[in-house]
Ligand binder design. Sequence first.
Ligand SMILES: CC(C)(COP(=O)(O)OP(=O)(O)OC[C@H]1O[C@@H](n2cnc3c(N)ncnc32)[C@H](O)[C@@H]1OP(=O)(O)O)[C@@H](O)C(=O)NCCC(=O)NCCS
Length: 186
Amino acid sequence: MKINLRLIIPDLAHVPSYVQALKEGHRCGGGAVATADHVLKIQAYPQAFLDELFAPKPPTWVNDKGEEFERVPQTTVWLVEGDTFIGDAKIRHRLNDRLLKSGGHIGYGVRPSMRRKGYATEMLRLCLIWARENLQLDRALLSCLEDNVASYRTMEKNGGQLIDITPHPLEEGKMQRRYWVPVPKA
Ligand SMILES: CC(C)(COP(=O)(O)OP(=O)(O)OC[C@H]1O[C@@H](n2cnc3c(N)ncnc32)[C@H](O)[C@@H]1OP(=O)(O)O)[C@@H](O)C(=O)NCCC(=O)NCCS
């Protein structure tokens, strides 16, 4: 059992370990790997990185095809053990049409050196509790690529029920899975 694991709001004390994770190829919130320039910038200006993370964001965002989407409020959380950053998750506060189709409430990633040790399973459990306490959710929608076994096993190990396996609405030629994952009761 992992007894010293904590879900925290990103803080200065854990930025050095976060930077090491990025250098390992950590995919923030299950998204893209950070560029070398971005990593150097965080290392040089850790407070500016946190300020940017917490800064109010515009109500819409634009993808690389120039399409504009509503931005749903989200909270970034870090899974830590002592001073060590293990993984992170982005918790969307509600769904919109786009997140309903793909993305869902929660996206997560565990740093490469810490994978296959049960951390994502525990991080998702803690995120679900966070969502119950802060958003009053009783279930969360999650999605992943059809062949991302590690991700969908993490959902299933938290009681996730498969909704469907369909062509990915945003990534041509790929399939995705969607799950409803129940929030543990208080
Ligand atoms: C997905 C991810 C977060 C899983 O993290 P993890 O800490 O390794 O997961 P866990 O150790 O909690 O394992 C959860 C389950 O997945 C299985 N699993 C983990 N890695 C696996 C792999 N590479 N292949 C097959 N199964 C795998 C585990 O065995 C476990 O299932 P089991 O108990 O039935 O054996 C991690 O692989 C990751 O960060 N990947 C890149 C980002 C990503 O894909 N995020 C999700 C986007 S939707």
